[in-house]
Design a protein. Structure first.
Length: 142
């Protein structure tokens, strides 16, 4: 199976919006959506055993170089939300798409993406292309 035919991993987490995440307007402060995406990203990376601990052990850091979120509707205290993280690209960078919805109604609250690039931890230089360890973790022969 070529990398283009590869079914890429998806993860979904359920979050109850906590009181400490709301602002004076009674809604989840916009900055906390980044945290919700990070929780889903961790679950996604766990799916193929290449979360931050494994990244570090492999000699690569994957800093986030781009983050985009588009807000459609606010989340409120106590609301159950589903955050879905979907790996979309991996050959030159990790591009992960996110969808945040109300867990009960499915109403879209936010969507976005992050882009991460491989950085050789020894040289502190960005690597052009995903390191072989990522292909192994995804079960892709190169």
């Amino acid at each position: 199976m070529s990398s283009r035919q590869q079914v890429l991993p998806v993860a979904e987490v359920l979050i109850d919006v906590p009181f400490h995440d709301i602002d004076l307007m009674g809604v989840a402060w916009h900055g906390h959506y980044v945290k919700y995406c990070e929780i889903a990203r961790g679950a996604l990376l766990d799916k193929f055993a290449y979360n931050y601990k494994e990244m570090k052990e492999s000699g690569f850091a994957w800093p986030v170089i781009e983050l985009k979120l588009r807000y459609a509707h606010p989340a409120h205290y106590g609301q159950k939300i589903k955050v879905k993280a979907m790996l979309r690209e991996f050959e030159l960078r990790l591009k992960i798409d996110y969808l945040i919805v109300d867990a009960e109604t499915g109403r879209r609250l936010s969507r976005g993406h992050t882009v991460q690039v491989p950085l050789d931890m020894q040289t502190q230089k960005m690597v052009f292309g995903a390191p072989p360890v990522l292909y192994r973790k995804l079960g892709i022969r190169t």
